[in-house]
Every structure is written in structure tokens, then in C-alpha cells.
Write a protein that binds this ligand. Structure first.
Ligand code: S3P
Length: 748
């Protein structure tokens, strides 16, 4: 046995929480000796019989003698009395902690006993792992596993004491969080105490009705779910409600106000506002789950999803409709929100990036129905109708959301802050902040590199500018034009090369005049948008993975239906054609102001390496990771230049692709603004060109999907880690590849 954490642990109280922690200490051999004191002799006997304690005492004084850890696991109201008793008998360096649901009153009790200079070993704690059941028999060794434990170290608490408690709770497989005492009580008032109060209240309300038996007999699932916690211990909750009185009363006031709003909407049959409120709440519920689930994307955390692709020859065939265009989906929400009247969207991409935009506008008071099967209805609030969001707007992985919204938010009458995930938090935001400042915006980015969070001070009158874009970026162009909607006079942007023009096209579809004269795009501020119907085409950037997949697989035959072929996006078709791919574009038509077509690609001939024309770079900017896979399968060298922008996408796509290609046995050289790839293909030979290995996606959806496609030509197992971001743009990716013939095993 390694040296245990503690010599002697004393529990004062041995109910659900105390006995569960005692079980952990025994199971993990964290102490030489565990003892307890409770008022019930029977509990002590049962605990001994269960092997949880070596000795039990009715007097806490006996238990704490020589103990180096004392855990108060008793009702919070008894804290002061017990501390008074045990104070003279505590070892000077003993660690003293508790497990109560409120912390301010525990600290007050300790101060009443010890005075302001509390013992260095005193660190209050709160495992958030209760259950309705109580008592020594209800305890479980895994009660804390995957639950949070909040420690509230005080200014007097010593680091060694805090560290040992962290080790203890981590041994219980809990996630330990340190927090200030007041913050703890305020947070818990909202997340735990108010819901318990509401559950007790609802059951009481129904129990007092004459027909209560019928009501309980026919209680539906909703009532059961909602009222489960009303079966909790009344004495404990009585104590908590008093102990955290101030914060709980605040939470109750907030609840009453919100309830009054809901009541009024129902009374007045205000359908639109009610849908808005319910939709916002539903989305917020999903969104916070999602934000929490996103935690693994944050720095220093483990990734959550992995793809595995086995070697062996594969087929790649079929007709597919890939999901809606990401760029168009974002803009449909943004423009619908600030338009007058209603906007109906079909084909909306229900991926996390576009959903982040949708949530941001809900957070700014816009009533949005859906998305449901790609349909969204937005009740526009007009140019002056956005409202201040309650907190920071979370943009997830989405650079488009953050850059376009930077422009819109700079012109609003309220302050705002935008944050993002680990990948977005590294991306440059000064490229949009700088021109916006020239327009009069007050906008701040973070750190030396000018990254998120982005903070904007509202109520600035913007004026139009003439801006020469230093880089070919549709996001920056769009952010400036959108700020220009509210600016005085003309706002004009000149691009070094044409970039995607969805903003211009869609503003026109909403009735806003936008001029395009060569590379100069301009509009006059002060106009208005009128709600319309938007049909989102399938995303050519998602289709690109299937295009490359078919081009590198023998006898492949894939048709992608109704794909957007806006000429500012078709670089991938042109480049693949120049590499010799067998592609036909047919059935060209217009849908929702954007050209669409069916694209058929057959795996009938080996691709050739080329020098990619620089004028194609902005037109294929998102498709290069997939094109690099094509280049690796081509015969001869492929050279890309003039593509430095790739280094500031969701990851540094030049470096990350080069690393991955090398892992998979491909000879390549990254350069400052491109890459040289030595293709391993030979005419007429469809054998594997990639070996296998482990690829890190760096929170970049397109890296993950590109190396998945390499799994059509691999000789060893490919593992891709960190693939959860695929859901940002192509949530059905693995289902569709499986239908085509490429099985990807997904492990969470
Ligand atoms: C986008 C513009 C491009 C592209 C991104 C979407 C847009 O970014 O890479 O996926 O919707 O405007 P840049 O503007 O940074 O080139």
C-alpha cells in the first residue's frame, strides 16, 4: 500500500454524503483509520458492519482527537454547536471541511467559534451530488463520480489543505472547482435551491386541491420529472432556505417576474412572443448543454470524439444531397433578424456554426421558429430592433459569426461581448476591428494577437469609409458592409481578388441596394431590409469531400444534387478539372438567387499534379484540405502558392495538413503561403497511397473530414482525434460517407 493521503479521518455525521465519502476512502485506501461520530448508535453499528469505520462515538470530541482530516457531514444548522465542542481537541494542522449546500453560513458559524483568524486547515466544500435518499445505507462509492465538487477556500486557507482536499475529491472521481463563498451561494440559489423550492411548491399546490388523488394518479411524465426533488428531506431544505435566504429571495423575485411575463403572453394570446420565449428557452437549454459538452474543445481538456477507418479497398458511389451552405445559412438568420417582416428559410444548415448565429439573435430578442428539417422562420425586428443580450454571445467555432456580427454589433445601441471555443479564440479579429474603428466603432480584441473575446461599446454613430481590403476575405468585406447599413453615407470595400459574394446577393434579395463595380462593392447606409424567402443551396464546401473521394477511388461514381455553384465558390471544380478529374456539371438552375447544379464525379482516371492558379485560391479557400488529399493521390507534384490565408482558418491548415500527410507517408513541404505535395499516384494504379496513423484535427472540421476521405486509399488504420467539430458544418458526414461505401467508426 502506498502512503495514504491521511492518517486518521473523522466524520461528524454519516448520512448519504458522509458515508459515500467514507466508502471512497476505504475503497481507495486513502486513510489508515476512519472513525465517525453520529447521534444514532444504530448508524455507527451499521457503518462498522459495512466496514466503513473502525470506531464510532456518540461524542464528536472523541472522534476528532488525532484526526488529520475532519469532515463535517451533518446538517448545516449544527455546524456552530459541533465546532464549539471540537475546537479544543482539533490537531493544530488538521484539515477541516464540510459538505453543506450553503457556504456563507458555514463560514459565519466558524467565525463565531474561531474568530476572524480561522484555522489554516479550514476549507469549506460542497459536493453537488445529493439524491432524494438519505442515510448510511443510501451511500454509494460512485456517488461523486463525474459530479462537481465546489471548494470555497478562504483567505485564511492554506494551499496544502486545499491541495489535499482536491486530491481526496479527485480520488472520488469528482471534478473539483474552486469558487468564492458568495458566488457559490448565489449560483446555487438559482441552480439548486430555486428548483427545489419550485418542486415543493408545485406538489403542495396540487396536493391541496380537492381532486388531488386523481391528479397524482394520472400524473404525466412531466409532473414526475419536475417534482422528483420534492421528495427530498424537508428538514434539510428548511435549513437551506433559511441559510441562503438573501440569494434565494432574489432568485424567487426573478422567477415571479418571469412568470408574470409568461402569464401575460398566454392571457393576451400573443402567439409570436410566446413562440419566441419558448423557442429561446428551448434553445438555451440545448445550447448550454452544448456549451458544456464543448468543454473538451477548450484548452487543456481531452477531446471527445475520434474517427477510425480501416484499410482495404472501398467503393464510393451514390446520389447525395449534402447539407445546406454554411455561409448562406449564417446570412439568412442575420438579415432575416434585422429585416422588417417575416423571413422563411429552407435548406438551413443545422450545424453548430449556423446554430451559434441563430442563438446569438435569439439572445438579442429576435423570435425565431425552428430549425426543423431545415426550415426556419425569423420574425424580423427591423434595423433598430435588436436588444442587448443578457450575457456574452458564444460563437463556438464560427469565425463567420464573429466577424460579420462585429460589424452589426458595432452599430447597435448596446454593449456586447463575443466569445468562442479554443480554435476561434486563436483567430485574428483585428482584421475586422481595424476598419470598423475607422468607421467610428469602439471595438476591442484581446491580447497582443488581437483575438477573441471581442468587446464592443454601443451607441456610436458610424460613418461610411472607403476600404481597400489587405486580404481576400469575404468575412471582413461582409462585416464592413453590414456596419455600413447603419453608417452615414457610402461604405465601399475594394477587394484584392473576388471573394464569395453571398452578402451582396442576399442583401439585394432583402431589397437593399448594393453596387458591385469590378472589385469595388458599395452601399448607402440608412436603408431597410424587407423579409423574404431564402432557399439555401447545398454547400459546395461539403460536397468537395465527396468530389475528392470519388476522384481518388477506382470506379467511383458519385452525384451531388442541387449544389450551390456560385462562381465565387467553384474553384474546387476548376482545380479538380485541371488535375484531370472526370466531372460533369448538369441541370444548372437558379434557386433563391443562387445558381445551383448537379455535380457528377467518376473515379475513372488518375489525377495529375498541377501548379494551382493563384486566381483560384479565394474561390476554393475552404476546399484546400480536401484538395491536398487529391494532390497526394495524383501523379507528380502539386504546388500551391498565394494561399497564406490558410494559416488563419479554424487551424493553420498548411501546417496541420502537412503534418498529417507526412504521418500518412506523403512527402510534402509546407511554405509560407502554400505547400508542395509529391503525389504518389501512378496512372492506372488505384492501390493505397496513404499508410495510416494518428491524425490530430486541431478543432478543425475540414481537417477531420479531409483525412477521413484519405481512408478511401489507405494501407493501415487511420485514427483521427478531435472530430467533434465535424458537426459545425456537416453533421451527417459519417452517415453519408457510409452510404457511399466508406465506413467510419465513431467513438465518443
Ligand atoms: C466565409 C468566408 C471565408 C471562408 C469561411 C466562410 C464567409 O473566410 O473561409 O469558411 O461565409 O464569408 P475568410 O473571409 O476569412 O476568407
Amino acid at each position: 500500500m502506498t502512503q495514504p493521503l491521511f492518517e486518521k479521518v473523522a466524520f461528524i455525521g454519516l448520512g448519504l454524503i458522509g458515508s459515500s465519502l467514507a466508502r471512497v476512502i476505504q475503497a481507495e485506501q486513502l486513510a489508515h483509520e476512519v472513525v465517525a461520530s453520529t447521534r444514532s448508535q444504530k448508524t455507527l453499528e451499521d457503518a462498522k458492519a459495512l466496514g466503513l469505520i473502525a470506531a464510532g462515538y456518540s461524542d464528536p470530541v472523541e472522534a476528532v482527537k488525532d484526526a488529520d482530516l475532519v469532515v463535517l457531514a451533518l446538517p448545516v444548522r449544527a455546524t456552530e454547536y459541533v465546532l464549539q465542542q471540537i475546537k479544543p481537541y482539533l490537531k493544530p494542522d488538521a484539515i477541516l471541511t464540510d459538505v453543506g449546500s450553503t457556504k456563507g453560513n458555514v463560514v459565519d458559524a466558524a467565525k463565531a467559534v474561531f474568530g476572524e483568524q480561522l484555522p489554516a486547515g479550514f476549507v469549506p466544500g460542497h459536493p453537488i451530488a445529493g439524491a432524494e435518499h438519505t442515510g448510511v445505507h443510501a451511500g454509494k462509492v460512485d456517488l461523486f463520480a463525474n459530479h462537481k465538487v465546489i471548494l470555497t477556500p478562504l483567505p485564511t486557507s492554506a494551499d496544502w489543505a486545499v491541495n489535499k482536499l482536491i486530491q481526496l475529491w479527485e480520488a472520488a472521481k469528482a471534478e473539483v472547482i474552486c469558487m468564492d463563498v458568495d458566488k457559490h451561494d448565489e449560483v446555487l440559489a438559482h441552480t439548486s435551491h430555486l428548483p427545489h423550492l419550485m418542486a415543493f411548491n408545485l406538489v403542495e399546490q396540487l396536493a391541496n386541491r380537492e381532486d388531488n388523488l386523481d391528479i397524482f394518479r394520472y400524473a404525466a411524465g412531466g409532473f414526475r420529472d419536475f417534482s422528483r426533488i420534492a421528495a427530498s428531506d424537508p428538514q434539510m431544505w428548511h435549513d437551506i432556505f433559511f441559510a441562503n435566504k438573501k440569494a434565494i429571495l432574489n432568485a424567487v423575485d426573478g422567477f415571479e417576474q418571469q412568470l408574470a411575463i409568461l402569464r401575460q403572453l398566454i392571457e393576451q394570446e400573443n402567439s409570436q412572443a410566446l413562440m419566441g420565449l419558448l423557442g429561446h428557452a428551448q434553445a438555451a437549454r440545448q445550447h448550454f448543454n452544448h456549451m458544456l459538452a464543448k468543454k473538451p474543445l477548450m484548452e487543456n481538456n481531452k477531446v471527445t470524439q475520434q474517427f477510425t477507418i480501416l484499410p482495404g479497398s472501398k467503393n464510393f458511389q451514390g446520389k447525395f444531397t449534402v447539407p445546406g451552405d454554411k455561409s448562406v445559412s449564417h446570412r439568412s438568420i442575420m438579415f432575416g433578424a434585422i429585416a422588417e417582416g417575416t423571413t422563411h428559410v429552407t435548406g438551413f444548415l443545422e450545424g453548430e456554426d449556423a446554430l451559434a448565429t441563430l442563438q446569438a439573435f435569439r439572445d438579442m430578442g429576435v423570435s425565431i421558429e425552428g430549425p426543423k428539417n431545415g426550415e426556419v422562420t425569423i420574425h424580423g425586428v427591423g434595423m433598430q430592433g435588436l436588444k442587448a443580450p443578457a450575457g456574452a454571445l458564444y460563437m463556438g467555432n464560427s469565425g463567420t459569426s464573429m466577424r460579420l456580427l462585429s460589424g452589426m454589433l458595432s452599430a447597435q445601441a448596446f454593449d456586447s461581448v463575443m466569445t468562442g471555443d479554443a480554435s476561434l479564440s486563436k483567430r485574428p479579429m483585428e482584421r475586422i476591428a481595424k476598419p470598423l474603428r475607422e468607421m467610428g466603432a469602439q471595438i476591442q480584441t484581446t491580447g497582443e494577437r488581437g483575438t477573441p473575446p471581442v468587446s464592443i461599446t454601443g451607441s456610436q454613430q458610424l460613418k461610411g469609409i472607403q476600404y481597400d481590403l489587405p486580404m481576400a476575405s469575404a468575412q471582413v468585406k461582409s462585416g464592413i458592409l453590414l456596419a455600413g447599413l447603419w453608417a452615414e453615407g457610402e461604405t465601399a470595400v475594394t477587394e484584392p481578388e473576388p471573394t464569395r459574394d453571398h452578402t451582396e446577393r442576399m442583401l439585394r434579395a432583402f431589397g437593399y441596394e448594393v453596387k458591385t463595380e469590378g472589385n469595388r462593392i458599395s452601399l448607402q447606409g440608412g436603408g431597410k431590409l424587407v423579409g423574404t424567402n431564402i432557399q439555401v443551396p447545398s454547400d459546395i464546401s461539403s460536397a468537395a469531400f465527396f468530389m475528392v473521394g470519388a476522384a481518388i477511388t477506382e470506379n467511383a461514381d458519385v452525384t451531388l444534387e442541387a449544389v450551390g455553384i456560385n462562381p465565387t465558390r467553384t474553384g474546387v471544380i476548376e482545380i479538380l478539372k485541371q488535375m484531370g478529374a472526370d466531372i460533369t456539371v448538369s441541370n444548372e438552375r437558379i434557386a433563391g438567387g443562387e445558381p445551383i447544379a448537379d455535380i457528377r464525379i467518376q473515379g475513372s482516371r488518375t489525377l495529375k499534379g498541377i501548379h494551382i492558379p493563384e486566381d483560384q485560391v479565394p474561390l476554393a479557400i475552404d476546399e484546400f484540405p480536401a484538395l491536398f488529399i487529391a494532390a497526394a493521390c495524383a501523379e507528380g507534384q502539386t504546388v500551391l502558392t498565394g494561399a497564406a490565408e490558410l494559416r488563419v482558418k479554424e487551424s493553420d491548415r498548411i501546417q496541420v495538413m502537412a503534418d498529417g500527410l507526412k504521418t500518412m507517408g506523403i512527402d510534402c513541404t509546407p511554405t509560407e503561403d502554400g505547400i508542395i505535395i509529391e503525389g504518389k499516384g501512378k496512372a492506372g494504379d488505384w492501390s493505397p497511397v496513404f499508410t495510416g496513423g494518428e491524425i490530430e484535427s486541431h478543432h478543425d472540421h475540414r481537417i477531420a473530414m479531409s483525412f477521413s476521405i484519405a481512408g478511401l486509399r489507405n494501407s493501415e488504420v487511420i485514427k483521427i482525434v478531435g472530430t467533434e467539430t465535424v458537426a459545425t458544418s456537416f453533421p451527417t458526414f459519417t452517415q453519408l460517407t457510409a452510404q457511399a461505401g466508406l465506413q467510419i467508426e465513431v467513438t465518443e
